[in-house]
Design a protein around this ligand. Structure first.
Ligand code: NOJ
Ligand code: CA
Length: 564
């Protein structure tokens, strides 16, 4: 039976590499997650999405899979995965697998076969095209399309004299979803994991499963690398939805599982109903990126941190567009960041002057929106972006590709500032458990340097402080999941109040005779505000004040959850 349990869930995303290391090799592992299940349960979340832990050469930290049916030794064993699933279930926590359908590693046996000769039966499981020649007769890629990870999306293969498509790194060849045998294999693999006990999937890069097979150049202006960042060539294309229906029929519909697709920035609200409309026969929900990057981080190298401001109007208009657009049509998830984004504390909060208040404020907004919220590990203690001053401290494959090209046009200082604000490594530093060496993440040498502030910002310290961000998240999760506000917070209508206010995010949630008013100050200064009514109850105030008057002066980053 389909229970739609995911509607009432609060999700928690774990980046396993950086969560908890138990064997001192400096890399987080599945036993580390098992060890921290009590922490996860105590936080109050009940659905954990874990980034890939399959066998992988780790070019893209596990998104480059070389064996879908095994756990990479860095993370542990398949028995560890089974134990993790069983122990999580005992605690009422569901486990969501990160399902990578768009590509494999170039070290996957399928690709090794595919590249071995032009007539290998697996040749068509990937996307191969002949080279072109420029006017001077020099070999050039089949099209001018860019890759998400810099440069061309084609890589030349000497053995067979053709190019393979790879929209991410060179070591991540795209699978050819037009091939029915490949699709069947992917469905069988997905069912294998569900039969093993996982409770659903976050489906990686799903918007890209089908490509423009005319393989013609994009008309778009070429970027500084001479390629066209024209994502429409391999995003949200019509055949993709046929594959999703097939995936639904062959896999999803047979299980009481969650399916959440990653559709990125290319898909609008209308497209989202095709991916995750109630009647779409595809996914339960999709992650979009539209609310990210509303602080002008890109191109901000010459500004100081204090000069970056959050565009609150844009942020709330964007969220409102998705919430109203999907109302009655489909369910949506909410998140502030994932492992591909900077830390929300550094983007929309204020780590230098109002760490506690702004972290609590961000948690308040996230946990009172309609839909299913997902917290990213470390967000619940307000972890921040990196403080690295050496390019070698960064680790991400995209950063490395970027640096190689950017150094031709920018100074190392500008690049470092850019990366400290935008790089994916910001979210991938070791989880800050306590103030011991390496933030209590490992007793060995951590694979990546912890952020220097771990002595002040860590789980141990915040567990002991009743007013901490961690305790605010716990309180807000309890409010959402238990007690009389549960139904209104999960299912109630959403209405922006004072939509034109450029500093405050104020909204009302309403269901039957319960109305909740959420007020959030996104600024580091006081703001006068007139509440639409005097509330009968204060369910949360990050400054812990005892009373509220109708005309209030909101303190910096103050957040309130009030009941009418
Ligand atoms: C999206 C994932 O979130 C990201 O980390 C990864 O690099 C790409 N997909 C490719 O798998
Ligand atoms: Ca380890």
């Amino acid at each position: 039976m389909k229970t739609q349990w995911w509607k009432n869930a609060v999700g928690y995303q774990i980046y396993p590499r950086s969560f908890k290391d138990t064997n001192a090799d400096g890399i987080g592992d599945l036993r580390g997650i098992i060890e921290k299940l009590d922490y996860i349960q105590d936080l109050g979340v009940d659905c954990v999405w874990i980034c890939p832990f399959y066998r992988s050469p780790m070019d893209d930290n596990g998104y480059d899979v070389s064996d879908f049916y095994d756990v990479d030794p860095l993370f542990g064993t398949l028995d560890d995965a089974k134990e993790l699933i069983a122990k999580a279930h005992q605690k009422g926590i569901r486990i969501i697998l990160d399902l990578v359908l768009n590509h494999t590693s170039d070290e996957h046996p399928w690709f090794m076969e595919s590249r071995s000769s032009l007539d290998n039966p697996k040749r068509d499981w990937y996307i191969w095209q002949k080279p072109r020649q420029d006017e001077k007769g020099k070999r050039i890629p089949p099209t001018n399309w860019a890759s998400f990870f810099e440069g061309s999306c084609w890589n030349y293969d000497e053995t067979s004299g053709e190019y393979y498509l790879k929209i991410f790194s060179d070591k991540m060849p795209d699978l050819n979803w037009a091939n029915p045998d490949l699709r069947k294999e992917m469905y069988a693999m997905s069912r294998w994991w569900l039969d093993l006990g996982v409770d659903g999937f976050r489906v990686d890069a799903v918007a890209h499963l089908s490509k423009d097979t005319s393989f013609t150049d994009s008309e778009m202006k070429l970027n500084h690398d001479g390629v066209a960042p024209d994502w429409s060539k391999f995003s949200n294309r019509p055949e993709l939805f046929e594959y999703l229906h097939e995936f639904h029929d062959e896999v999803l519909k047979h299980y009481d599982c969650l399916s959440v697709g990653e559709v990125g920035g290319g898909a609008n609200v209308k497209a989202a109903t095709r991916y995750a409309g109630y009647h779409a026969k595809a996914f339960n929900m999709v992650f979009n990126f539209d609310h990210c990057w509303k602080n002008g981080a890109f191109g901000s190298e010459d500004k100081t941190d204090d000069e970056l401001t959050v565009n609150v109007l844009d942020l709330k208009e964007t969220m409102d567009r998705w919430i109203q657009g999907m109302k009655g049509k489909g369910w949506i998830p909410h998140y502030w960041l994932n492992h591909d984004h900077p830390r929300v504390m550094s983007q929309y909060g204020n780590p230098r002057k109002f760490h506690r208040a702004s972290g609590c404020m961000l948690g308040t907004v996230l946990l009172t929106l309609p839909g299913t919220p997902f917290i990213y590990n470390g967000e619940e203690i307000g972890m921040t972006n990196v403080d690295y001053t050496d390019i070698n401290d960064f680790n991400d494959v995209w950063v490395k590709n970027y640096y190689e090209k950017a150094i031709k046009r920018q100074s190392p200082e500008q690049i470092l500032t850019h990366l400290r604000r935008t790089s994916r490594d910001n979210a991938r530093t070791p989880m800050q458990w306590d103030d011991s060496a390496s933030a209590g993440f490992t007793t060995g040498k951590p694979h990546q340097k912890p952020v220097g502030n771990y002595k002040e910002i860590n789980v141990k310290q915040q567990s002991e402080d009743p007013s901490s961000i961690l305790n605010a998240y716990k309180h807000l999760i309890r409010l959402r999941k238990h007690g009389h506000l549960h139904s209104v917070l999960v299912n109630g209508d959403f209405k922006l109040i004072s939509p034109k206010n450029k500093d405050l995010f104020v909204f009302e949630r309403k269901k039957d005779d319960v109305t909740v008013l959420v007020v959030a100050n996104f600024r580091a200064h006081e703001i006068r505000y007139k509440l639409p009514y005097l509330p009968k109850a204060i369910h949360y105030d990050n400054y812990g004040l005892a009373e509220i008057t109708k005309e209030i002066v909101l303190l910096p980053y103050q957040a309130l959850v009030l009941e009418k």
